[in-house]
Ligand binder design. Structure first.
Ligand SMILES: Nc1ncnc2c1ncn2[C@@H]1O[C@H](COP(=O)(O)OP(=O)(O)O)[C@@H](O)[C@H]1O
Ligand SMILES: [Mg+2]
Length: 283
């Protein structure tokens, strides 16, 4: 066992996703540096770390929206990082995901948004059956009755909840959330955290949450993994992370600005240096 874990990834827990010696580079930039970890079935794993440290890139590897530069990804014991897009499409139906760019379709009603993945993957049953599915999914997120609304009429928190209903449309075994509470006020954030817990409890879903929000992390996590400079620097339950001796972990969880961040702020005198990066999908 390595010194950074508390033994939580115990042998009894069944793994569902395994990442082994995963390295990811974009050109010369090293984003993930030989990361190995296991996501346990039925548990909630939270990934934290400073902005740009590779959290989104890591979880995109779980469904192979990114391919490793080196290393492997396995789902239910089967290697998936080398599958074709066609084979991956089938694997991905086992996942629900809520990525930052995965907004609702504005031109579709709430009901149509939720039906969309079902229609994409299955020959559609009767519209009555579809309506029942939509109703059940919306009830899960407390929004039954909003079927005919367009996203523009919903608040930010409600839109997140509809996106959540859509993410569970195909009854996934694993759900990946990328910064689900970003942009929400504390009360709405708390509602999302409660929903994450509810879905885990009621549907037995394996959950992975990327977040900046330590309040949400402590609330939902069975286990917290902290990434820094492309490596896992801490991996354990909430108490373990709270009491972790690594100064970078303490700085992060207490929301302190590090000396490195300050140095960057002092350097960037001009506002004209902002850059946009193609951070979504490869290609
Ligand atoms: N498709 C891409 N092409 C080039 N660089 C990328 C791409 N996706 C992410 N990156 C870079 O990888 C690093 C990690 O990004 P990301 O995983 O999005 O960070 P975060 O921890 O904030 O989610 C960043 O420096 C980002 O600019
Ligand atoms: Mg991200």
């Amino acid at each position: 066992m390595d010194e950074h874990t508390d033994g939580l990834a115990d042998a009894r827990a069944e793994s569902i996703i395994e990442v082994e010696h995963l390295t990811k580079r974009f050109g010369a930039k090293l984003v993930l540096d030989d990361v190995s970890l296991v996501i346990e079935k039925g548990k909630t794993t939270v990934v934290i770390g400073p902005s740009g440290c590779g959290k989104t890139v890591l979880i995109k590897h779980f469904i192979v929206l990114q391919r490793p530069s080196e290393g492997q990804v396995r789902f239910e014991g089967r290697r998936i990082d080398d599958l074709s897009e066609r084979e991956l499409a089938r694997v991905r139906t086992r996942f629900g995901y809520l990525f930052q760019e995965g907004a609702l379709f504005d031109s579709m009603t709430v009901a149509e948004n939720i039906m969309f993945p079902i229609r994409q993957h299955y020959r559609v049953k009767s519209s009555r059956e579809l309506e029942d599915v939509v109703k059940a999914k919306l009830a899960m997120v407390g929004l039954d009755g909003f079927q005919n609304y367009y996203p523009a009429r919903l608040s930010g928190g409600q839109r997140k909840r509809v996106a959540l209903a859509r993410a569970i449309a195909l009854n996934p075994e694993v759900i990946l959330y990328d910064e689900p509470t970003t942009g929400l006020d504390p009360i709405r954030s708390d509602i999302i955290s409660e929903l994450i817990l509810k879905l885990e409890r009621e549907l037995g879903i394996t959950t992975v949450v990327v977040t900046h929000d330590m309040k949400s992390a402590y609330k939902v996590a069975d286990r917290i993994i902290m990434l820094h400079n492309g490596k896992v620097i801490a991996d354990g339950n909430a108490d373990y992370i709270r009491n972790h001796p690594h100064p970078v972990v303490q700085q992060f969880i207490n929301g302190q600005v590090s000396e490195d961040d300050l140095a960057v702020l002092r350097m960037s005198g001009s506002a004209g240096t902002a850059q946009f990066l193609p951070r979504d999908f490869e290609e």
